[in-house]
Structure formats: C-alpha cells, structure tokens
Ligand binder design. Structure first.
Ligand code: TXA
Ligand code: MG
Length: 341
C-alpha cells in the first residue's frame, strides 16, 4: 500500500504541539533539517532511531530555546563553555557537556555527556518553545544518507505514519551541520567541523583548540577502537559514487576520462564560477562558485540532484579557502569514503 509523505506546515505551534504529544516532527534549522522529538520522552526518542535506522549507540543533540536552558540538561559547565554559548548561540555550534541525567537515556546513548544547541532559526525556536521541552533532533535523513536542507527533502524521506508534520522554514542558510565542541575536558576539542571555526573558538576562549576531525579523517576508522560517535567512515553519501579532485583542471580531466568510458558525470566545483566554464560543461556543473558559504548552502541539494539525474559519478572540488572550507571538505571526504552500509 502506498503511504502519503509527511505533511508540510508553516505553523510552529502545530509542530510544537505534535512534539509535546510524543510525535516526530521535521524541524528547520539554519544548518540542516532535524527529525525532532521531546528529549525527555524515551518512546519518542526511540522512534527517531527506528525511523532513521540509526545505531542506538550514536547520541542525539538536544535543541534548546536559549542558553539559559543549559542548566536544565547539563552540570559543571566550564566558564569558557558559557562564553562560547554567549558568543555563538543561537547559531551553528553544539556543545558537549556533562549530562545531569534529565534527558531520556536514549538521547545520550547511555553516556555521561549531552550535546546541546540553540538553533538560529525563528520557526525552530518558536516550535521548541511551544513544545515546552528540549528537542532531540538528528539530521532528518536515513542513516548514512545526505542531510536535508529543504522541507521537501524531509517529507520525501518519511511518510505521514512516521512523521506528524514537517515545519517548513525554507532552504537552510548554512547548509552543513553544526560545529561540535567537546567541553568536558580542560580545553575545547572539535569533534565535527562546521561554520564556527577553531580560530573563532580560540578568539572567544583564549584557549588552544584540539581538532579531532583531521585525525579521524585520515585514520582507518574501520579498525579504530573508539571513533567519536557518529563519525562512521561513509556518511552524507548519495547513491552516485563521489570522487574528490584537487582543482577544476583535474576535475575536468577526470570528467573527460569517465565520460569517454560511458559514465554519467556531474561536477561540484568550489574554485571556479560558471562563466569560466565551457558551455558544454555548464549543464553538468551542479555547483560552480568560489564562495565557500554558497558551496556549503548548495552542497547537499546538489548531491540529491545528482541522484535525481541518475548520475553515476559526482566529481567534487572543495572550496580552497574560507570559514566553511574545512567543513565542506570533511563532508565530501566522508561522502567519498568506502561504503559500509
Ligand atoms: O547542525 C546540526 O548539528 C544538526 C541540526 C539538526 O541541529 N544535527 C545533526 O545531528 O547533525 P546528527 O545526529 O546528524 O549529528 C550529531 C552528531 C553525531 O555525530 C553524534 O554522534 C554527535 O553529534 N553527538 C551527539 N551527542 C554527543 C555526545 N554526547 N558526545 C559526542 N558526540 C555527540
Ligand atoms: Mg546526521
């Protein structure tokens, strides 16, 4: 039997009421759309894991309406983490803190820490406030697949039997997931790169920052004992194969080679603008920009378009510079990793 896709709404009160009633809701944020539930409702949180087919050992981020809510969920918050919250919330930053046990066990995957974020999106904040709760929300995609950056991406992935409604907040303005900062040690540790950079964290805290991403990106995570939760090898991956190239020149060589071999190739180019491309290539270039922020905004939508066009291969050149260069390179790297699911 065919089931309908999840209905789209513009009403944050409706979304908040559904969350309060224990349902799942598609939640817009400035980074990507989340699949949201009341973070104190164990059954609702379990439904998130089931809907995404997400391993239960991968904890969720709790979205709160303002920094003052931190003490509802966390204890022993270091002063420098408070400074980060004041500087970057609402915004694309998640803080990992000591949990005080208020969240359902499933949210923290039974661990002693909790991830918190205040999203910079008026509708999301209105829905969270209307729910009267903290809202656990992973990205609203099936496990390992490309994160959604529009309401339609969410409603296309989940039926109305699973998701009560998707709150439509338009296209996500950042486009890649939040920077995750572990604040449970003596100094900040970046667990996932995003729009808030190590340099900005150092500026605010005066502390040096450890970056665990780089080590994870090059390590063979298949064999690693304890990769950070959620840092599986293949992630953010479309059905098409993803290959990275160092520059547009290299990408075009590879494009010619693969096209000659009969493969349908599309291009995501972060170091060139459309007008610099030959006419014959413009149709294949799903992204052509030298702006790292534009590349980030368009990245996940372009990976989805590649699949819609039934491309065999996506050749991508990450933007070389800018605050979002690291985050976009990280996502492309994971999208190109060997598939383990
Ligand atoms: O921008 C974002 O962060 C989006 C929007 C919806 O807020 N959310 C998001 O959630 O990307 P998700 O579940 O797709 O990724 C969250 C990551 C996972 O890798 C998870 O393992 C990690 O955060 N995480 C959650 N709680 C954690 C904790 N207590 N300690 C370490 N990592 C944690
Ligand atoms: Mg995700």
């Amino acid at each position: 039997m065919l089931s309908a896709s999840a209905p789209i709404t513009n009403d944050p009160a409706r979304a908040g009421a559904a969350i309060a009633a224990g349902a799942l809701v598609g939640l817009p944020t400035e980074t990507v759309y989340g699949l949201a539930a009341d973070a104190t409702n164990a059954a609702a949180v379990r439904a998130i894991f089931a809907a995404k087919r997400r391993p239960i050992n991968s904890p969720l981020i709790v979205h709160i309406k303002d920094a003052a809510q931190t003490s509802v969920w966390a204890r022993d918050v270091p002063a420098w983490a408070g400074e980060l919250a004041r500087a970057f919330w609402p915004g694309p930053m998640t803080l990992v803190l000591q949990s005080n046990g208020h969240a359902a066990r499933e949210v923290t995957a039974g661990g002693g820490t909790i991830a918190l974020r205040v999203p910079d999106h008026a509708l999301a904040l209105a829905a969270i406030a209307a729910s009267g709760a903290g809202v656990a929300a992973p990205s609203a995609n099936k496990h390992g697949a490309v994160s959604p950056t529009r309401a339609e991406h969410v409603s296309a992935s989940f039926t109305s039997t699973i998701v009560a409604c998707v709150l439509d907040g338009g296209a996500c303005t950042v486009g890649v997931e939040s920077t995750i900062i572990d604040c449970t040690s003596t100094h900040p540790i970046i667990l996932r790169s995003g729009a808030i950079t190590a340099q900005q964290i150092t500026q605010v805290t005066g502390m040096s920052v450890t970056d665990r991403i780089e080590r994870l990106a090059v390590a063979d995570l298949g064999a690693a004992a304890t990769p950070a939760p959620g840092q599986a090898r293949s992630h953010y991956a479309p059905r098409a194969r993803v290959e990275l190239a160092e520059s547009t020149a290299r990408a075009l060589e590879r494009h010619a080679q693969l096209t000659a071999a009969g493969e349908h190739v599309v291009l995501l180019l972060g170091d060139v603008v459309t007008t610099d491309l030959d006419n014959s290539l413009r149709n294949d270039a799903l992204i052509a920009t030298t702006r790292d922020d534009v590349f980030a905004q368009e990245l996940y939508g372009a990976l989805r378009s590649a699949d819609d066009r039934r491309a065999d291969v996506v050749i991508a050149v990450a933007p070389p510079h800018g605050p979002l260069a690291d985050a976009t390179r990280d996502r492309l790297h994971r999208a190109s990793a060997p598939r383990d699911h």
